[in-house]
Design a protein around this ligand. Structure first.
Ligand code: GUN
Length: 288
């Protein structure tokens, strides 16, 4: 069997076009566009690239973009004050503070300060708790994008065996909650899991989010399973440019899976598309 490649780029474009239509309708009704504020602290090059693409996508969707780029000497109290100002700003529907933050700033404190109705990352405990208890929540963008791709590929997920590898608050835990919400039978595996190969080999759905290049080998995959690879790892190459690979050994896994996301071009574009969606959803909920 050779797996089909799940085209996250095309799916992301489709979601963003739908959001752009929704943005025009919102603006007609509310007399202002939805607004997203991004906050970047420091000079981490990868974070700077991500935040720039988020700001560009916001403008392309017709939303107001408020970019705050702060030096890495910014104090925790200065950052908390900025978040408080954004909480109070009526033009701002979504607040995204790019992680990781410099080590002198307590990420937990910053996340807890974001007004939950503007928490388009879905990282605030209020949103995590609402997701876990089945209430309307703002849901983290990456797992939301993974679920979108899974449902587009498989339709009903009810009763399917799903393994989520990774237990982060950003991906693993919310991914497991979303799959449970779709009535899948969910296992969360992580760095201490014994015999990961055996756990993976039982799964109809594998979501890999561990950040270890090509850790999941192709022969672990049950024939016909669907594989979502959240990993983005840069391997060194002779020309110094590096090569992006996922957490799954793609060339091996295509021989076993029914469908698989490539890296790049799989989950990545969906994360930004879902951020746009979350900002529109937040704007609607806040406007009432
Ligand atoms: N850093 C890596 N992924 C993310 C994300 O989805 N949101 C934020 N705010 N920071 C991140």
């Amino acid at each position: 069997m050779t797996a089909s490649r799940i085209d996250g780029k095309a799916a992301g474009v489709a979601v963003r076009e739908r959001v752009a239509k929704g943005v025009r309708a919102f603006e007609q009704r509310a007399g202002r566009p939805p607004g997203l504020a991004t906050v970047l602290v420091g000079e981490d090059p990868a974070s700077a690239v991500y935040v720039r693409s988020k700001n560009r996508a916001t403008a392309e969707a017709g939303m107001a973009s408020f970019a705050h780029n702060l030096p890495d000497t910014t104090s925790e109290s200065e950052l908390l004050q900025l978040v408080a100002d954004l909480n109070a700003d009526k033009r701002v529907d979504g607040i995204l503070v790019q992680l990781p933050l410099p080590s002198h700033i307590d990420e937990k404190k910053v996340i807890a300060t974001i007004e939950p109705s503007k928490d388009v990352d879905g990282f605030h405990a209020m949103n995590a708790g609402r997701l876990a208890t089945g209430l309307d929540a703002l849901v983290p963008c990456t797992p939301l994008g993974c679920l979108y791709l899974l449902k587009a590929e498989l339709g009903d997920l009810s009763g399917l065996d799903a393994v989520v590898i990774g237990r982060s608050n950003i991906v693993g835990k919310p991914m497991a909650q979303l799959l449970l919400g779709e009535n899948a039978t969910v296992t969360i595996a992580h760095s201490r899991t014994r015999n990961l190969e055996e756990v993976v080999s039982r799964a109809d759905i594998v979501v890999a989010a561990v950040g270890r290049p090509e850790m999941v080998r192709g022969h672990w995959i049950k024939p016909g399973a669907t594989v979502i690879d959240v990993g983005i790892n840069r391997l060194p190459t002779d020309d110094g440019k590096g090569r992006l690979v996922g957490d799954v050994a793609f060339d091996e896994a295509v021989e076993f899976a029914r469908a698989i996301t490539p890296v790049p071009g799989g989950v990545g574009p969906m994360t930004i598309a879902m951020l746009m969606r979350n900002t529109l959803v937040a704007a609607h909920r806040r406007a009432g």
